[in-house]
Structure formats: structure tokens, C-alpha cells
Design a binder for this molecule. Structure first.
Ligand SMILES: [Cu+2]
Length: 274
């Protein structure tokens, strides 16, 4: 019977070894952070990981010793014990204290990332709509306003400017999705029927060839794994504006082409019926 305790001890030791190894392997953790608030998120993550990790090690050692020492053996009788009030108070008060500490300690970061009153006072760079299984972006055109005829529409292509707060309006067209920017440590659910402001920034530029990533972090259906978008962080506002202008030209050319094709098809059809 004692051997069963070995199984537990080995599993616990392996878990700890894996946890210690993880930060040294870039593939086992989040990509390097590029945002201002991301540093604070990482700090909170490490702090909580430290507290839970130490607790896990302590509990595992105690549990391993108990399982080894008090394993069932022929002729051994269990001792009846009514419980220890002092012990129960200790193991209730300590975790409660830790939880209250974390709740208070993270408040500043949470406020910066989520409280609407903290949203940057800037024009939104885009409206992002999630749907099974893609991200649809609408950028304001030259008039600087959304939902006007000169808007730029893209699919799976998020652009903003380095070193400036970027604000987007997040929507969902069908089910619940989750807007996740791993490099910026930002995650926000997209809920049908709601428009949610989300803000973030980046101190590092990225390109179309080597973009950052936007992924869906909510299991939203069979094609969930496909919900990935490029994130391009432009070096300057001028570079971003140039991208909008070029993309608008392409969009107008494509529209003209498809309008011509439709007209030709209609005319053709009309000709045939005469
Ligand atoms: Cu999704």
C-alpha cells in the first residue's frame, strides 16, 4: 500500500520540475511582453505563481510524508481524532489573508486595463467584430468617423501605432468570443449585443511579414482554432495613415471591379433574354 504514496510523490516532484523548467523555454510561456500594462500583468502572474507554487510544494511535502508514514499495514488500526480547531482556524485565516492581499494588490492594474473611466481619450482606431471564425475590422476613413461610406474594411488584420494608446470597440456577431493579444497581455470577451471598449499599446513595432498575434481565447465552435489575426504595429502615425490610404485604394479598386463584373453579368443576361 505504501507504494501508492510513491506515485503521488513522483507526480508532485515532476510537476515542480516542469514548473521550474517552463520559464527557461520560450515555447512554454507567453511571448515577450510589449505593452505598458503587460509588465504589471506579468508581475502579478509571477507573484501569484510564486504563492501558489510554494503552497503546492509545502502541501505536496506534507501529503507525501503523511501518505508514506501512515500507509495501511497489516494489524494497523486507525486512530480516531475529533479535529483541531486551532489548525482549522490557521488554514482558513492564512488563505483568506492571501486572497484579500491579492485582491487589493491587483486593483491598480485591473483599473488601468478594464475600468472605462481609465480608457484613453482618443478616437477609436477600429471597430472589431468577432464572428465564427474570423475577426472583422472597420477603420475610419479620411473623415475620421466610423460607419461612413469611406470606412476601410479588413479581415484578420489589426493595425495601430507604436507608443500610442490604441482604443477599439469590440463586438460579436454570433457567440461569445475572446479578444486575446498575447504580446500585450490583453484579454476581453466579445459578447453578442454589446460594444466593449478595449485599449492597449505597444513599445515595439511589428510588420506584415513578422506580425504580432490576435487570437480567440474562447472555445467558440469547430473552427475556433482558425480565429487568428495579424497584428501590425506601425512605427509612426504617418506609416499607419499611408497603410490606410493604400488599403482604401485597393478596396475601392476591388469594389469597382466587382461592380463592373455584376453590371456585365446583368447586361449579358438582359441581352440573352431579348
Ligand atoms: Cu472565437
Amino acid at each position: 500500500m505504501r507504494n501508492w504514496s510513491l506515485l503521488y510523490i513522483v507526480t508532485a516532484v515532476l510537476s515542480v520540475v516542469v514548473c521550474i523548467y517552463a520559464p527557461f523555454d520560450p515555447n512554454w510561456r507567453l511571448p515577450p511582453n510589449v505593452s505598458t500594462t503587460g509588465r504589471e500583468v506579468d508581475h502579478l502572474f509571477e507573484l501569484i505563481m510564486g504563492i501558489t507554487g510554494l503552497t503546492f510544494v509545502g502541501v505536496s511535502i506534507a501529503f507525501g510524508i503523511a501518505a508514506w508514514k501512515f500507509a495501511d499495514a497489516p494489524g494497523r488500526k486507525a486512530k480516531y481524532m475529533h479535529g483541531s480547531q486551532r489548525l482549522e482556524i490557521v488554514w482558513t485565516v492564512i488563505p483568506a489573508g492571501i486572497l484579500v492581499f491579492i485582491a487589493l494588490y491587483q486593483m491598480g492594474t485591473w483599473t488601468k486595463i478594464k475600468f472605462r473611466s481609465e480608457a484613453p481619450r482618443v478616437q477609436p482606431i477600429a471597430e472589431v467584430s468577432a464572428r465564427q471564425f474570423q475577426w472583422l475590422m472597420v477603420y475610419p476613413g479620411p473623415d475620421g468617423r466610423l460607419h461612413t461610406p469611406d470606412d476601410l474594411h479588413t479581415v484578420n488584420d489589426l493595425h495601430f501605432v507604436k507608443g500610442k494608446p490604441a482604443l477599439i470597440y469590440l463586438k460579436s456577431q454570433d457567440v461569445i468570443h475572446s479578444f486575446f493579444l498575447p504580446q500585450m497581455r490583453i484579454k476581453q470577451d466579445a459578447l453578442p449585443g454589446m460594444t466593449i471598449p478595449v485599449w492597449f499599446d505597444s513599445d515595439t513595432a511589428s510588420t506584415s511579414e513578422h506580425p504580432f498575434e490576435l487570437v480567440c481565447a474562447e472555445l467558440c465552435g469547430w473552427g475556433h482554432y482558425k480565429m487568428r489575426s495579424k497584428v501590425v504595429v506601425h512605427e509612426t502615425q504617418a506609416e499607419f495613415d499611408e497603410w490606410v490610404t493604400t488599403s482604401l485604394k485597393e478596396q475601392n479598386r476591388d469594389r469597382l471591379k466587382s461592380a463592373k463584373t455584376t453590371t456585365a453579368a446583368v447586361e449579358n443576361k438582359g441581352g440573352q433574354s431579348l
